[in-house]
Ligand binder design. Structure first.
Ligand code: COA
Length: 372
């Protein structure tokens, strides 16, 4: 039986970014116009006025300062307030596959890999661009990889579930080199006219190359263990699907986009994740204080501070749980992988760390790693 290692990671970031101030200005312009158009109904109490958003609230409540996006101008246009991405003919690479390929190439180049070295492609993300054929098979074809691919969706935990799936495939002998790609175009499922959530998400793509230890390049990371957990909850939900494709694009379609009970998510998920990490470390006989770093899901800064203290103790420094959500916002399953990608270079042989995701489902996944 081969053990699984993480050989390399890759990242693709859109060029355009939107600051909180830009986003709030566009939302407030739209809300003020809506309130004016509906003034008499608001006065009679028939409808509620749209409340205004504020950059100060967004940064204080979430830690988010900006987000990268694929389609900036339409998102900021009060007449549109959604990404507008031209449909491509079937003969062209789809957008989701294109950004997954970019992140995959970055990971493959870092590990010195060629298409012939890789035998499996998993596309693991929150929002798949189409029902079929699988995006992963398109990515496999674009990269010229033999073997097979499949898509998987466990919302914000897709990447860690993907890494754990790759680990299982390697340990069972089914594959030797697995690319786990997480292209996350989160602006596509975000309701930019909902004041309570319009600031939450951004776009990005990540890739993680998981391989059998006998082919590990220098500087790879052993996977010491992975734990996955799901528990049904309606507190983060998106009802969009193939049975409701005719839903109108305006009022009444809001449940076909991301909706959440943010406070409940905070209250319920934080203890679940902290307990899960502590149990896993206990099982692996790793003293939490000996962990050098935790690359946590990037949804909310206070949430991460809370989990970090519960696992690493009150004295945990910012360096122990790096933050990228200030610049990227919540990028669903890619968030903890971006943090890992950007802040692992100081790891030396024997250093241990933990990648952790949590989100809709509820779902949570943790991968404990050790630098080889
Ligand atoms: N601008 C200004 N004020 C706003 C606002 C905005 N954009 N959005 C909400 N507010 C107001 C609310 O109306 C509320 O006002 P009230 O106290 O008068 O009722 C107040 O600010 C607090 O709102 P609340 O929604 O309770 O904020 P919060 O402190 O819980 O922060 C989240 C909201 C979403 C940032 C936070 O709950 C969170 O991050 N939760 C976890 C979410 C998560 O991990 N989700 C997973 C997604 S994959």
């Amino acid at each position: 039986m081969s053990k699984a290692v993480i050989s390399a990671t890759g990242l693709w970031t859109p060029t355009d970014s939107i600051s909180n101030d830009e986003l709030v200005a566009s939302y407030n312009q739209w809300a003020e116009a809506w309130n004016q158009d509906n003034q008499s109904a608001i006065e009679t109490g028939e409808v509620e006025a749209k409340p205004l958003s504020s950059s100060a609230f967004i940064e204080k409540a979430s830690g988010i300062k900006s987000r990268f996006v694929i389609s900036k101008a339409p998102i900021l246009d009060p007449e549109v307030m959604a990404p507008r991405i031209a449909e491509r003919p079937d003969t062209e690479l789809s957008l989701l596959a294109e950004i997954a390929v970019a992140a995959a190439k970055d990971a493959m180049a870092t590990a010195g890999r060629d298409a012939k070295d890789v035998d499996t492609v998993l596309v693991a993300c929150s929002n798949l661009q189409r029902a079929y054929p699988a995006i992963s098979i398109e990515v496999q074809d674009a990269l010229g990889i033999e073997g097979f691919g499949f898509d998987m969706n466990v919302a914000c935990s897709s990447a860690t579930f993907g890494i754990a799936t790759a680990q299982g495939m390697i340990e069972s002998g089914q594959a030797k080199s697995v690319l786990v790609c997480s292209p996350e175009i989160c602006s596509g499922h975000l309701n930019f006219r909902d004041r309570d959530s319009h600031f939450i998400f951004g776009d990005v793509a990540t890739a993680v190359l998981v391989e059998a230890e006998e082919m590990a390049p220098d500087g790879a990371y052993n996977i010491c263990g992975s734990v996955l957990k799901t528990k049904f909850s309606n507190n983060i939900r998106n009802n969009f699907g193939f049975l409701n494709r005719a839903a109108p694009d305006g009022i009444g379609a809001d449940d076909k986009l991301f909706v959440q009970e943010g406070r409940k998510v905070f209250r319920e998920v934080v203890p679940l994740v902290a307990e899960m990490i502590n149990e896993q470390l206990q099982d692996l006989k790793i003293d939490p204080k000996s962990l050098k770093r935790m690359w946590l899901h990037q949804a909310n800064l206070s949430m991460n501070n809370f989990i970090t203290k519960k696992v690493m103790g009150e004295g945990a420094s910012d360096d122990m749980a790096p933050v990228i959500l200030d610049e990227y916002a919540n990028t669903s399953s890619a968030g903890s992988i971006i943090a890992f990608h950007k802040t692992k270079s100081d790891f030396v042989k024997g250093d241990k760390g933990l990648i952790c995701s949590f989100g809709a489902g509820y779902s949570a996944g943790t991968i404990v790693i050790e630098k080889r």
